[in-house]
Design a protein around this ligand. Sequence first.
Ligand code: CAA
Length: 387
Amino acid sequence: MKIGIDKIGFNTSSYYLDLTDLANARGVDPNKYLIGIGQEKQAVVLPTQDIVTMGTMAADQMLTDADRQTITTVIVATESGIDNSKASAIYVKTLLGLGDFVRTIEFKEACYAGTAAIQAAKGLVSANPEEHVLVIAADIARYGLNTPGEVTQGGGAVAMLVTANPRILSIEGPSVPITRDVMDFWRPLGKTEAIVDGKYSTNVYIEMFLEAFKRYQELTDDDLTDFTALAFHLPFTKMGKKALEALLGDEDSLIAEKLRAQLTASQILNRKVGNLYTGSLYLSLISLLINGELAAGEKIGLFSYGSGAEGEFYTVTLQAGFETAFDKDLIESNLETRTKISVAEYEAIFNSQLGMNSEDIELNLDNDISKFRLTGIQNQKRIYTKK
Ligand code: CAA
């Protein structure tokens, strides 16, 4: 039985910051951000949006009424949890209008948890083919104003429906998880911004990718020609280039050139959104599905990475008709119709995000046109509405 991703959807903020504006405001050469980091725009998330609202919207856009009747499990993978106890998946379940006979949980391990959720979903479907598992990978990446990480912020959510006989891609072959206990990026309880040892984190990422890929090759005898593309977790798009080049060295064979071109295709959407932690690999996958040179039956290698640190290399196979099994036009038009804001507006929004211990508050919804919104906190309970 084939198991994999049957549907995929994406949602992000309707506001963005142009990183040339940010470079000018910070006194940096814009090419450092555009070329050195590989980012062009950054999603700026209003205080009335969070992982629940963005994740729900990503799912709502792709689910039919029939899907809502058959979903058995909702897993939200996130680094930006909104409660230390209650799973954000419960709020999502309510906003999506799912019935009560459903399992709802939250997964955490920095940017890696989306892949843990996909693998768990595969296991559930493998045990019972009737399972339809909704996986949501949603985050808001925050490093702080005027920090080296500022240019690598972003936010958004990818929703994926994992089922038997999937229409987009099947998850096949061995997967190689890899864990090392390192402090490259972490966020102590109560803090809204991550602490990061940036250069170290990029080195650990590359080392763990090379190690996982080598192990995968030992298990399978696959070589580069077995892949039509490799897609990566993209905290910033240059990271994928660093990882691919570390693997290819100075190889200029046809397959090396093809993998480089496919990587560029997989970076297009991420360049415009920024980091979405758990969702970044899957946004890159969407970007590849839209912009890559792909055919049914071909194999894509995926490298997932979460600081702390955990990685996983696994492979997926494209299914016949994959191109029409998701709403490419909606994903692209949602990005194109976003509103650009100034650096001053971005800074004001950044500073108005609710803290980890926010007092009761009623939020101003004037600038938020989204279908799902956080209206405030009452008696320490988050209140969500659906338009
Ligand atoms: N034109 C073109 N390129 C330029 C340039 C210019 N004018 N000026 C500088 N550059 C290049 C530099 O040469 C450098 O390129 P290389 O990395 O290829 O050497 C690049 O721009 C970045 O410049 P710096 O080396 O000066 O780096 P920085 O001090 O600005 O910090 C960073 C970069 C470490 C990535 C920082 O943004 C950061 O800490 N980000 C957050 C951490 C992160 O994303 N880590 C990734 C791995 S961890 C992970 O994946 C999990 C996760 O999501 C967080």
